[in-house]
Design a protein around this ligand. Sequence first.
Ligand SMILES: *[C@@H]1O[C@H](CO)[C@@H](O)[C@H](O)[C@H]1NC(C)=O
Length: 493
Amino acid sequence: MKFTQKVAAAALFASGAIATDPLTADKVEADIKTDELQRVLWNLNHIADRNGGNRAFGEPGYKASVDFVVERAQGRFWPEMDTWVQPFNHTYDKTLEISVTGPEGEDVFVISPQYNPATPLPGGITASLINTPVDDATGSMCLPEQWEGIDATGKLALVKRGICGVAEKLKLARAHGALGVILYNQDPGTNYATPTLQAENIGQLIPVGIIPLEVGTAWIARLNAGEDVVVKLLVDAVSDTRETWNVISETKEGDPNNVIMLGAHLDSVQQGPGVNDDGSGTAALLEIMGSVKNYKGFPHKIRFAWWGAEESGLVGSLYYTSQLSEAEANKIKYYFNYDMIGSINPIFEIESYENSGIGPQLLEDYLVSKGKTVEHGGFGDGNSDYVGFVELGIPTAALFTGAGEPWDPCYHQECDTIDNIDYDALTVNTKAAARALVTLAHSLEGVPTRATTTPNLRGRSKIASQFKRWKRLAEESHGHGKMCSHKEKKSTV
Ligand SMILES: *[C@@H]1O[C@H](CO)[C@@H](O)[C@H](O)[C@H]1NC(C)=O
């Protein structure tokens, strides 16, 4: 974000060597080095350390992450790259305090989802619990019929977490009179990830505290024995609108009418430094850019995007795609998404849809040549920045190494640090990404044209409707059983 340095730097570098070496996949693959990827991750980890432990939207650690990427893309690579920062606004929210006090006055372990509304303060909500039915097949209490006959008026509803969105559970609990929800986790222990209720639900929800399965089970036993179990929930939260940014950088080389694009998100959750999620993809793009900028002789332009506010609901990438004119969307010939590509116990999952063309094959060929077992997944979960591109019908593919136990036990947690990376997976995936990119930068053979059957979502202020559409997309693919429920980034569940 230091554009004024550009002019001064231009004078200094004016006599510098201009790259003329032709771009090949072998050269870029050889340029990608594990220790350089590690250096980027060290920097991102350090940025979080110096800024309250995270790099989240609306927090100083995100701004510092933007500065870090811009310093490389623009400060160092301006002779070969054109870089810009795309600002947008989004609703910021932070839980300042959350507590659940049990019937004996004991403090219970509790976490707060993103966009959790506040309870009345300073007292919180003290009320009797009402138990609700469990449905581990379709998810508990997120369908209207599951609430039939339940009157939660004036109570705290005790609901099981899992399978379906937390926000849906809260909306229905509110409609049935509950003052708040005590959500007990679906797995034992206290090592669980923080979901998001998503900004578009603000004003439609009631406060929630997410407690361990063991505590929920004990309280259910007491309720079943006819006891009145009185619990206190207190949530203090702030919410306001904050500006944030996507960083976009593209090669000066290449035809602007034929663009190959790579994306990773630059923000973390508030709970941790986000080194795997998505420092791994951020580092991959930075190292690929650092190599590509040394070469010429490729016909298609290469564009890198570091998205903002992904963890708040894919906001940056949806903003970007919503701002594209029809003509600009047509120029993007391929989009690759790299979100969580260095999980400590990695799977090598290639994600694609019906209009992905040759992209998944290019990634697979390289991974298989390195002895990796490749798994395939779809985009049905709608949980990363490919959504806006898929909705535009742009050929798209993604790599993903798994979130949550056992793939990344530190998913969305404080321990997603520099120690939470499998460097072999990160290196191999970055090289796979680089080779696939270089192939398409030379030739669009095997790349389908943009699908025109997908809904046209462009327009100036369509973000809200986009959110609804991709949620529906996710729900529809739920129905078709396309999902592997253990491997996704289930950030809303
Ligand atoms: C964000 O909001 C601020 C304050 O309302 C406004 O000045 C700014 O122009 C907005 N930015 C964008 C990109 O809409």
